[in-house]
Design a protein around this ligand. Structure first.
Ligand code: ATP
Ligand code: MG
Length: 226
């Protein structure tokens, strides 16, 4: 789906919105980077962004969300994520899809449903609705969910100082993981769930094969061969 209304310029490729989800240190950024390079090499026009971040509002939200020590009320936490997402959708994602590009997002709306919904205990359904409202109805064409046990994630982080969400405790992160599992079970066609304990290159080849299928069925166009 990607865009609600079809506003693509004539002659542009058919855009696609692919999101990466999963717990802390599951390997999202690693896989986004590898996939972006692969798609670019194959002549696709690719835009990547991470959430929260990328836009100025997103970076301000990121600082407020992750770098502070204060207890943040769950609703305030949600509102900051939604603000960052709305800005990213309006200024980066929708224009790129309109231009027929492939957009890879390192986290998107499902993160709020998993973290603020299942993790913090706010209503998941309501958050899903707010995501649609805040993004003008953007729904990913494909969501890669990289699943890693919480204990593995802690081990991967090593000595790196944890941010505010990483400090939220194992029980919180177990609820997030179970929440993601539910989301994927509810939308099996949108989600592709992968075991993040596989080696990086094996994960990447599973992702490429799934993305290749998507682009083929959508008839996404490559730019002129380079
Ligand atoms: N498949 C893998 N197997 C083992 N280690 C991995 C794998 N993928 C990534 N890593 C390592 O785990 C760490 C976290 O990876 P990465 O930053 O890609 O995860 P992330 O999901 O983006 O994390 P964050 O939630 O902090 O943004 C890095 O040190 C990375 O090298
Ligand atoms: Mg990352």
């Amino acid at each position: 789906m990607g865009l609600v209304s079809d506003e693509r310029s004539p002659g542009a490729g058919v855009g696609a919105l692919i999101t990466f989800e999963g717990g802390e240190a599951s390997g999202k950024s690693t896989q986004v980077e590898l996939l972006a390079a692969w798609l670019t090499d194959r002549g696709y026009s690719v835009v990547t962004a991470r959430e929260p971040g990328t836009t100025e509002v997103g970076l301000a939200a990121r600082r407020a969300l992750l770098d502070v020590d204060d207890e943040l009320a769950p609703h305030a936490e949600l509102a900051l994520f939604i603000a960052a997402r709305a800005q990213l959708a309006a200024t980066v994602v929708t224009p790129a899809l309109t231009a027929g590009k492939i957009v890879l997002l390192d986290r998107f709306g499902d993160s709020s449903v998993a973290y603020q919904g299942y993790g913090r205990g706010l209503e998941p359904e309501r958050i899903a609705e707010w995501n649609r409202w805040a993004t003008g109805g953007l729904v990913p064409d494909l969501t890669i969910l990289i699943d890693v046990p919480v204990s593995d994630a802690v081990e991967r982080r090593g000595d790196k100082p944890p941010d505010r969400l990483e400090r939220a405790g194992d029980e919180f992160h177990e609820r997030v993981r179970a929440g993601y599992e539910r989301l994927a079970a509810n939308e099996p066609f949108r989600f592709c769930v992968l075991d993040g304990r596989q080696p990086i290159d094996e994960l990447q080849s599973a992702i490429r094969s799934r993305v290749g299928e998507l682009l083929e069925t959508r008839g996404s166009q490559r730019m002129a061969p380079r």
